[in-house]
Design a protein around this ligand. Structure first.
Ligand SMILES: C[S@@+](CC[C@H](N)C(=O)[O-])C[C@H]1O[C@@H](n2cnc3c(N)ncnc32)[C@H](O)[C@@H]1O
Length: 265
């Protein structure tokens, strides 16, 4: 097992989720509405965007591709780990869901979501991905972007997604794993109480976005880290995506269970 993988223990993940993201919220001001690495195709997607969204084109494109695997118009949508709410705001404005609930562990981030993203049908709730505070079968779709690698008990999260989805509902999902945790990821996904409809390795698309997004990242991160460090960090991520040390994938699952009785303990 690599040194990096040995650092990823349950207590370290809990510590990270509890302290790191509230710290990021405190220092990022209003600049950081997305916290994912982004997505870009070749040829470029040229997704039409409002002027104010243009700065966040690549993180938005990751949300767009993941969420549009099914039609969300008129649907009740839950996003688990909505971060600073940029994806929630974009999807509500463009895809016309009936309602959209963004959930995150980080209450400071949610306070800023409530101030920044005031849209009809959009609300934000504090909670834990492994113990979702919603009744069985309450959503048509669950979205989760670049966050599940932070959950100490990933199978509990999958069981919770299946529980809150109505039968026939969809789980629209994108995330990363490092080399030696990919096998466990595959095993957990294979045991998920939902049917896999599609999956795609998106390393190239994410590496392309990271490379194109460095100027924007430098602007946001320069408050907390010197430019050469940010450059090195994202250069490293791009290399690990290109040489396969990190696996980034996008999935669509359908919930075929009755939903009732798949409760978390
Ligand atoms: C890398 S950020 C991604 C945020 C957002 N999806 C985006 O793409 O901008 C990961 C998010 O997961 C949240 N998170 C970590 N552990 C969590 C948990 N157990 N339950 C809910 N959210 C959690 C963090 O607070 C953070 O907002």
């Amino acid at each position: 097992m690599s040194f990096k993988s040995r650092l990823v223990t349950v207590p370290s993940l809990k510590f990270f989720a509890k302290h790191y993201y509230p710290f990021i919220t405190r220092i990022s001001g209003d600049d950081l509405v997305f916290m994912n690495w982004g997505y870009e195709e070749d040829p470029p997607m040229t997704l039409p965007l409002e002027g104010s969204d243009e700065l966040n084109r690549f993180p938005i494109q990751l949300y767009h591709r993941t969420a549009t695997q099914v039609d969300l118009k008129g649907k009740k949508v839950l996003e688990v780990s909505c971060g600073h709410g940029g994806g929630a705001s974009y999807l509500v404005r463009t895809l016309g869901p009936a309602s959209y609930t963004g959930l995150d562990l980080n209450s400071a981030g949610l306070d800023s979501c409530r101030k920044r993203h005031q849209l009809p049908g959009l609300d934000f709730v504090q909670g834990n991905a492994e113990n979702l505070p919603f009744p069985d079968q309450s959503f048509d779709a669950v979205i989760n972007i670049e966050a599940s690698h932070l959950y100490p008990e990933f199978p509990r999260f999958l069981a919770e997604v299946a529980r809150v989805l109505r039968p026939g509902g969809h789980f629209l999902y994108a995330d990363i794993r490092r080399g030696d945790s990919v096998a466990k990821w595959n095993e957990d996904l294979g045991n998920a109480p939902m049917r896999l409809m599609s999956q795609k390795v998106i390393n190239e698309e994410v590496a392309r976005a990271v490379q194109k997004n460095v100027p924007q990242l430098l602007k946001v991160m320069s408050r907390v880290a010197p430019a050469f460090y940010v450059d090195k960090l994202y250069g490293g991520i791009g290399r690990e995506l290109s040489n396969g040390k990190i696996s980034y994938r996008m999935f669509c699952f359908a919930n075929e269970s009755s939903g009732v009785g798949v409760a978390s303990s």
